[in-house]
Design a protein around this ligand. Structure first.
Ligand code: ADP
Ligand code: MG
Length: 255
């Protein structure tokens, strides 16, 4: 594992990072006491990069994702997405930015059960106040291998197919950054590979940026870089690791 400067990946100097975390800390306070979930995370995600975030349970992975996506506010520090500082935005502007610039894929697919596949995928476009074109929706369904499934409802599909719908729904607005929290957590290995291939393709062909939390070294090996979190801090990074190297780095971290 390299512990050297994971904050400075190789990017063309003229290219601003897609996502910038600067000194992010997050303290959860409750009557029972306070928990420092993040303790000063600084990291730049280059445009077009695919980064897996790994770490033991409780190390702050989900909190990092929530703060980076503006779904939660850091206690300190700034998140900048596409040059826009999230902490300067009000709720309305933040929601608009999220709808236009971010895509989300979660372990639980979060599809609307009463809507068809077509309408689930069309929804993010409708939420931006535009009527989606039919070829646009069908095109993105094609791209994730769901041609012919537009009229189905989520419950009529397998888990892998439902996650493809979720990816199509995230792809349709052409977001700058995809956030994925355990996107393959509920899928078998073959289906997982296909889903991870779709995320990888978004970075390779679309210049989109993917930040994916996972505990699975096989899933993480689809990313270009694995970022390791330990106790709310970046503990290191590994580039182009295979599953065995990633697993070894994880167990060194947990020792
Ligand atoms: P991970 O995703 O790596 O398992 P989390 O980001 O979910 O870690 O949690 C990091 C730490 O913050 C843990 O100690 C967890 O218990 C705590 N935590 C997370 N969310 C909350 C919350 N809403 N309120 C209080 N503590 C929280
Ligand atoms: Mg988590």
């Amino acid at each position: 594992m390299t512990s050297t400067a994971p904050t400075r990946p190789t990017v063309a100097p003229s290219e601003p990072p897609a996502l910038l975390l600067d000194g992010i800390s997050k303290t959860y306070r409750s009557k029972a006491g306070s928990v420092e979930a993040l303790r000063g995370v600084t990291y730049h995600f280059p445009r077009g990069s695919f980064t897996a975030v790994m770490g033991a349970s409780g190390s702050g992975k989900s909190t990092l994702l929530q703060c980076a996506a503006g779904l939660d506010k850091p206690t300190n520090g700034t998140v900048t997405l596409g040059g826009v500082a999230l902490n300067g935005l009000g709720e309305v502007a933040l929601t608009k930015l999220r709808r236009q610039q971010m895509g989300f894929v979660f372990q639980a697919y979060n599809l609307l059960p009463s809507l068809t596949v077509y309408d689930n995928v069309a929804l993010p476009v409708r939420l931006t106040g535009r009527r989606p074109r039919r070829d646009e929706v069908l095109g993105v369904l094609d791209r994730v291998g769901l041609e012919g499934k537009a009229k189905r409802r989520p419950a009529e599909l397998s888990g892998g197919q439902q996650q493809r719908v979720a990816i199509a729904r995230a792809l349709i607005t052409k977001p700058a950054v995809f956030f994925a929290d355990e996107p393959t957590g509920a899928l078998d290995s073959g289906t997982s590979r296909q889903i991870l291939g779709l995320l990888r393709e978004a970075t390779d062909r679309g210049g989109q940026t993917v930040v994916m939390v996972t505990h699975d070294p096989v899933a993480a090996a689809h990313a270009q870089r694995v970022l390791f979190l330990s106790d709310g801090l970046v503990a290191g990074a590994l580039d182009h690791g295979d599953p065995a190297q990633i697993a070894a780095a994880m167990s060194r971290l947990e020792r």
